[in-house]
Write a protein that binds this ligand. Sequence first.
Ligand SMILES: NC(=O)c1ccc[n+]([C@@H]2O[C@H](COP(=O)([O-])OP(=O)(O)OC[C@H]3O[C@@H](n4cnc5c(N)ncnc54)[C@H](OP(=O)(O)O)[C@@H]3O)[C@@H](O)[C@H]2O)c1
Length: 356
Amino acid sequence: MTSDAHTGTTPPPSSSPSPAPVPTRRLGATGPHTSALGLGCMGMSGVYGGGDERGESVATIHAALDAGVTLLDTGDFYGMGHNELLINEALRTAGPSARERAVVSVKFGALRDPGDGWGGFDGRPAAVKNFAAYSLQRLGTDYIDIYRPARLDPDVPIEETVGAVAELVQAGYVRHIGLSEVGAETIRRAAATAPISDLQIEYALISRGVEADILPTLRELGIGVTAYGVLSRGLIGGHFTSDQRLAANDFRAMSPRFQGENLQHNLTLVESLRKIAEQKGVTVAQIAIAWVLSRGEDIVPLVGARSRKRLTESLGALDVTLDEGDLAAIERAVPADSAAGDRYPSAQMAMLDSER
Ligand SMILES: NC(=O)c1ccc[n+]([C@@H]2O[C@H](COP(=O)([O-])OP(=O)(O)OC[C@H]3O[C@@H](n4cnc5c(N)ncnc54)[C@H](OP(=O)(O)O)[C@@H]3O)[C@@H](O)[C@H]2O)c1
């Protein structure tokens, strides 16, 4: 299997709406066509530390749109609305027809508190409509392209949560229904309730749990994938070093894969990958993204670039062609299950229906 080849060049930020060379893929049999690479905006709202880089965040979204990236992913709980307001600003200032070109994917359901804490998930139908009303206001739009529960609410049958989103589709507030981090059985129940465009789930060289049951189920049902964490939150992005200081509220400060011996082991995998990247004249991040792109036309990787520099590097992955020899070498360098440490802290792992 090979990844798509195309020019992948990122023009300087401008308001030009001219068509750009990023290829498109379709999210499932019923979902929207989007750019083959999406921009995940979460990191722009402090999840990976950092202060107020609002200007660079907006410039990164503009550069993505200018390059032809149409899929923008957010969650109403990323920075308690901060991320949606950022996307609002970027779309308003991006030039003509930016909103129409963008495919805005929004997650809901995670409960927050004023101290940055987390309070579980709410998938009740009344809550779903409440979340949507606030998101539409913050985004400054009258429709959301893909709306999805961030996690399964263990107290609410998925049919009720998805049924409420289906009512929002009927009413014109939402165009497509997505899912996030749920397992095969929940996917089947959701798909029996309403058409599902895609499942958002972590999928990377070192996060391959999706391959056993979930991916075959999605393919059987004609549901696409938006893959997140393709750089394992920067761990396999080629820029992370063992002496990097992480703020206390940086997700990575709590992530098992970034701790002590786990981190040392995982960085040796990155060095193995770097040798392959260097032989091909590309970067580690580009190899990691190209590998996810090569997993199938039904998969759209989200990259968590929060600067134009990282975005440009990510877009270069669309130019990388991986032949059978490359894929075998990558597999040898980073075998499935070779990562040390779970992909989430144990309390958050317990909330993943996809891991049951
Ligand atoms: N459904 C879910 O449960 C869920 C969970 C998490 C995320 N998501 C979505 O998926 C998106 C992507 O996830 P993620 O942010 O964890 O993904 P990621 O792309 O694996 O990690 C992003 C981090 O990688 C580092 N990096 C290194 N090289 C990079 C490059 N060339 N391009 C981009 N980043 C590079 C950056 O850290 P530095 O900036 O420090 O270099 C960046 O913050 C999120 O924005 C969010 O929309 C969904």
